[in-house]
Design a protein around this ligand. Sequence first.
Ligand code: B12
Ligand code: SF4
Length: 623
Amino acid sequence: MVLNKKQHDTPARTVTLPVSQPSQRLPGDPEFPTPGGPMIHSANTGQPITHPLGSKARVLLCSVFGPYAQNDEYGSRSINPMELYHNQVTRTHGPFSLRMFHRSWGLMLIQANLSASCTLLDFPVLKRFIEEISTEKYDVIGIGAIMPNVGKVQEMCRLIRLHQPNATIVIGGHIANMPTLPKRIDADHIVRGEGVRWFQRFLGEPDDRPFRHPMIMSGIGARTMGVTLSEKPGDVAATLIPSVGCPIGCNFCSTSAMFGGKGRFINFYETGDELFEVMLELERTLKINSFFVMDENFLLHRKRALRLLELMEEHNKSWALYVFSSANVLKSYSIEQLVALGISWVWMGLEGKSSKYAKLSGTDTLELVKMLQSHGVRVLGSTIIGMEEHTPDNIDIAIDYAVSHDTEFHQFMLYTPIPGTPLWEEMRNSGALTDPQSREACDSHGQLRFNFTHPNLKDGVETEMLVRAFTRDFDVNGPSVLRVARTTLAGYKRYRKHPDLRIRKRFQQEAADLASVYAGGIWAARRWFADQPQVRDRLAGVLNDLYKVCGLKSRLLAPLIGRYLYSKIKQEDTRLKTGWTYEPPTFYELNELARKTHDPIQSKSPAGQWIPPLPTLAQPAAT
Ligand code: B12
Ligand code: SF4
């Protein structure tokens, strides 16, 4: 999910971006406005342009069209599915890969904060997008995208001009930082930076109202081992978006650069009290008790986090928080504080020992990960392959070092300069970029090849090295979805008798499936990996621990559920071998005014349904 996201290693400090600060223009950008082309806006600085219809305009917000996980002429790539885990974390885990989708949160946030009539079409197939724009009339059509999807944005703009010649086309999201974008697409506005306030101003709406948080379930359609996971209340987390950007401003970090770069970020919620209110609303509406906190470095905002902790204690909330954090920021809290705050899952950059970004001096990530796991904190480690210091001779050492962390999940990504970042600028100036015009943006997603000339790694060797890293991690540590059981069990053992009921309750909630689903899953996997002694014995060790703690129930359920899961794993394996891919459903959501003014079309294309793979691929047998 987070390309090149690996360090958060500067001591905590908080600086809020004042609306009036100038944001950096990219040297070589087209003039503002581009003669004959779209206007480019630096949204973080504020701008005066308003649509003539103001808040009476009818708005459509749309993500890029699918299918995503199949090669096509618009830049979809089978290697680049619309999935977080299967794309860059459990890519080589076969039937054990965690499959799941996440909505387009940026677009949801914009829709939730507009008073104008606003429809959101998320993950349409091309036919569904055409159906919408050729049936309904819109004054403004906003598309949110990232760079690899530029071919789709180009096609969507062409189609809008064809079917809705009077609509104003606005493009936002990370794609906006692509210097060649204005020349490649026929749009009216390209918006760099925070989109909510920009859109409010564009529609003449007040831009000083508190942010309304959309009600977001974090994952959709989760599935692993051939089974769709439960989505009943309490089983899925809500997504919480406290801030965007990061003040640390590492030179490769596109999410920091997007929202102002070093020293800047944008808070949607300044205080722990505001955040707590939002969390209460999410809890009430979605019936959840865990939160995927979509904030680059949530714990860096120390005052807000500690106030949230006070409120959780005061109101007796046994919430679990899944956060992104750096090792150093994590270390600035005591483990008691982290546990009390419900930190139960951490996404963390793991430094290579000799990395030039090794500013984690004094932090032993191996020790830190072990310590966190012993308190039940599940860790997703992130390692970059192809750092400047990597060579064919030392890459295995780097991979082994990463794998030795034995984190629950491990993301591997290729080092990739992204337009808008200082690193990209630096490489452009030095002539190191192999594709400065981003012509091959659809293959520049961090899972295939470099977009720069590496000093030591030549001739495309990085493609295999990346797969080697994933494979090594899987072969040594086994399936991620089951590694989770070991750490959950460790937390449960440690805290099940904790004197504070609030804390005890969280660990009990997290351990609820250990004796059944996890016991069965491990039982099945142990059989699946019968001829891989290292993984098999590891799984057997966890299963025995689990039997000791969970007793007879787990001993009875493990073979029962295990046999069922084993057959599902086999089926999933066959499915994958016949080319099955996973596509997200289409979402079609109208806000209050849109529901009044608008007759939603009865789509003939798949909407809100699973979209099957293209017929050219072999269909798996129905199960
Ligand atoms: C969730 C997520 C995903 C989800 C996608 C869900 C979806 N529906 O698109 C998943 C996991 C599937 C995913 C996949 C990928 N992702 Co991703 N992902 C993210 C992540 C973590 C969060 C995005 C988010 O919701 N942020 C919070 C919201 C509030 O911020 P926002 O999206 O930026 O939206 C704000 C503005 O951008 C703007 N805005 C957004 N849309 C629009 C539209 C208009 C019209 C306007 C005016 C403004 C506007 O306003 C919003 C509110 O301020 C970001 C990293 C990050 N921290 O942002 C990476 C990120 C967006 N992903 C990235 C990449 C590269 C990928 C992948 C290629 C995989 C990879 N190798 O990492 C794949 C591509 C999949 C595909 N086939 O398209 C890069 C994009 C880099 C770039 N310059 O284009 C990012 C920035 C991570 C990174 N640092 O490298 N990703
Ligand atoms: S700028 Fe912040 S979010 Fe980006 S990599 Fe550095 S510490 Fe992490």
